[in-house]
Design a protein around this ligand. Structure first.
Ligand SMILES: Nc1ncnc2c1ncn2[C@@H]1O[C@H](COP(=O)(O)OP(=O)(O)OP(=O)(O)O)[C@@H](O)[C@H]1O
Length: 330
């Protein structure tokens, strides 16, 4: 259980400022995902919250108390990293048990708790194994289990899925979503550069760019109502199309799923089909406009179109977004 307040937090490394005056309130039990491109400051934010880096200026409050000078343990935090960070010479059980003494748990109590947690993560049968005898996904579940048994107030994840292959990543993502359901009072903060993880896990997403927050909102708020071109292009896969107006400095933003392919001569734009990617359930069609811009259209598998066809592009009117020269919403 923890409520978190970041008030005008900044972080400098020497003379370089990497976090600029960030403010954010996180409710108890909320799952908040920080997302942004490489170098945007996501991991630094998480490390400041964890107490692994000093805050240069501003105030961090946990449950209303100033926490700037508290150690990670005093903050009641558990962290799961991309690299698992398990002790290599200890088996899975001992990795989970390590440090529990500090949490005032008797040996019997700790044992029951570890076995319960292991069962819920489906790693009960691996408790005797050393980390090197486990697969990447199993290791990550041990690392998550080790964090759970400490009953943290605040659960922090730093790109926990990025070392896993695609299938395992989807499974572990579901595990983490279930974990959040089972621990509804535990606040979770999760860092990723993967917007699909952000969309599927978050109650609210924080989009970061150059050490600033661009927007905070629910996944659907960000998808349907991004405040600027940066957020519009970052959220959603494949990426939103941005098309320069012919007569003004403004740009039109429209998602690939919000454009229809129509006959040449109809629709708002015309262009030549340059490539077609058939993915089974959907097909991606790349259309080159006379201005050289490449527009991606997502169509069902019932649409027949051939390379080099001239086609019209008809955006769904109420899904169109308009951006000014600097990428702000018009
Ligand atoms: N210890 C450090 N000393 C100096 N600069 C640092 C240090 N740690 C991070 N930085 C800089 O701070 C900025 C933000 O880094 P950070 O790791 O928080 O970004 P990120 O969004 O997590 O990126 P990635 O997705 O690549 O991990 C980067 O420009 C980075 O070079």
């Amino acid at each position: 259980m923890a409520e978190l307040q970041l008030e005008n937090i900044s972080k400098n490394f020497g003379s370089i400022k990497v976090i600029h005056d960030v403010s954010l309130a996180v409710q108890q039990g909320e799952f908040v995902v920080f997302v942004g491109p490489s170098g945007s400051g996501k991991s630094t934010m998480l490390r400041l919250i964890a107490g692994l880096e000093d805050i240069s200026s501003g105030t961090l409050k946990i449950d209303g108390q100033v926490a700037n000078d508290l150690t990670p343990v005093q903050r009641g935090i558990a962290m799961v990293f991309q690299s698992y960070a398990l002790y290599p010479h200890m088996n899975a059980y001992d990795n989970m048990a390590f440090g529990l003494r500090r949490h005032n748990m008797s040996k019997t109590e700790a044992d029951a708790h570890i076995r319960d947690t292991a069962r819920s993560l489906d790693i009960e049968q691996y408790l005797d194994r050393l980390p090197r005898q486990l697969s990447g996904g199993q290791r990550q579940r041990v690392a998550i289990g080790r964090a759970i048994v400490r009953q943290p107030k605040l659960f922090l994840f730093d790109e926990p899925l990025s070392n896993l292959d695609a299938a395992l990543r989807v499974n572990t993502r579901l595990e983490i979503a279930k974990l959040h359901e089972r621990m509804p009072d535990t606040t979770m903060i999760y860092v990723t550069h993967d917007q699909i993880e952000a969309m599927t896990l978050a109650d609210r997403i924080v989009v970061m760019n150059h050490g600033n927050i661009e927007q905070v909102g629910t996944p659907m708020e960000l998808y349907h109502n991004p405040v600027n071109q940066f957020v519009a292009e970052f959220i959603g896969s494949p990426k939103m199309n941005i098309i320069q107006d012919e007569n003004t400095v403004e740009k039109t933003g429209v998602r690939p799923e919000h454009i229809e392919l129509v006959a040449d001569g109809q629709g708002q734009w015309r262009g030549k089909v340059e490539a077609i990617e058939e993915l089974g359930a959907e097909t991606l069609v790349f259309v080159r406009l006379p201005t050289e811009e490449l527009v991606l259209v997502r169509v069902g598998d019932d649409q027949s179109v051939t390379r080099n066809d001239m086609v019209g592009l008809a955006p769904i009117e109420d899904k169109i977004l308009r951006f000014d020269r600097d990428g702000g919403r018009c």
